[in-house]
Write a protein that binds this ligand. Structure first.
Ligand code: ARG
Length: 303
């Protein structure tokens, strides 16, 4: 038993060394015991020590995957020249984290399921796309601390609320129900409305568009996001609350990069403590309810 434990420990250590590129400069000297084992406790390091210990895909750069179809988390907003710019509180938080860690931020936009894949394959350092800390996902990424809480909704268009007195009523083969590919909402659709015609689309604005044109009867959408879209499309109605256990949003960190995970958690705590994060949320909500644009089917659509 003891041997097995030592083996697991050695393995874990080997993995963490590879994940950190093998460079151990700036780590505390009190490592090793009789077995020569090294335990690196990033939580006790100073910020400077931690920064020196953090490794990223591209040195000096924090590479972040996002899916900008999710206002007010991440979306495209028009600037004064009517040029679409990445916006949303996840994007401001990404910049804050990069600054905190002394790294240059590079954000790569893609479809939501792609963000998880890129993170899983280690092509990016972080995924910031309003991830829910779903246990099913814990195998492919590490979760930061929760930075914002929120719930899940079932959405339809106004006038159709009577059809959906309950989720059981929505579980009907006559209904087409939408959810985003790769999202926990797709799981909620399968769980709550398995008998309905479940339509998985890659972008949330496409789900909204299909609800508005009547192609979809209902959809599972994050409550804060549905509320944001409803400021643009008042026909949307958040008709039911949907129970879901892993509430809240986290940053996804490449699995095993314990130094980066610690750095991200410190940055999140600092952004909350100094009031920056609260301000980002207020600004993103304002921007998302004003004049802005979304990427739809590869095209910028002004709203
Ligand atoms: N919270 C949900 C999930 O983690 C949906 C996130 C979708 N994010 C996005 N940027 N489209 O699955």
């Amino acid at each position: 038993m003891k041997k097995l434990f030592a083996l697991v420990l050695t393995l874990a250590l080997a993995l963490s060394l590879t994940a950190c590129g093998g460079s151990k400069e700036g780590t505390p000297a009190d490592e090793g015991g009789e077995t020569g084992e090294e335990t690196v406790d990033y939580t006790t390091m100073s910020d400077d020590e931690l920064k020196a210990a953090i490794t990223t895909v591209t040195e000096g750069t924090l590479t972040v995957a996002t899916s900008p179809d999710f206002a007010p988390y991440e979306f495209y907003a028009l600037d004064e020249n009517k040029e679409p710019q990445l916006a949303g509180f996840d994007m401001d938080l990404a910049q804050y984290i990069a600054d905190y860690l002394g790294l240059t931020l590079e954000v790569i936009p893609m479809d939501f399921d792609g963000t998880i894949m890129e993170l899983q394959n280690g092509n990016v350092d972080l995924g910031m796309a309003g991830y829910s800390p779903d246990p099913d996902r814990a195998e492919v990424m590490d979760f930061s601390d929760i930075y914002i809480t929120g719930g899940q909704s079932f959405v339809c268009v106004q006038g159709n609320e009577d059809k959906f007195p309950s989720l059981e009523a929505a579980n009907n083969p006559e209904y087409s129900i939408g959810a985003q590919v790769g999202s926990i909402q797709a799981g909620l659709a399968k769980e709550n409305t398995p008998d309905a015609d479940i339509v998985e689309l890659s972008k949330v604005p496409d789900i909204i568009a299909e609800l508005l044109t009547g192609k979809l009867d209902g959809a599972f959408i994050e409550t804060m996001v549905a509320e944001s879209y409803a400021t643009q499309y008042p026909e949307l109605s958040l008709v039911l609350e949907v129970p879901y256990d892993a509430e809240g949003s986290v940053v996804g960190v490449t699995k095993g990069n314990a130094a980066l995970l610690e750095g991200v958690n410190r940055a999140i705590a600092a952004a909350k403590e100094d009031g920056s994060f609260e301000q980002y949320v207020v600004e993103a909500m304002e921007l998302a309810s004003g004049e802005y644009a979304y990427l739809q089917d590869g095209e910028i659509v002004e709203q």
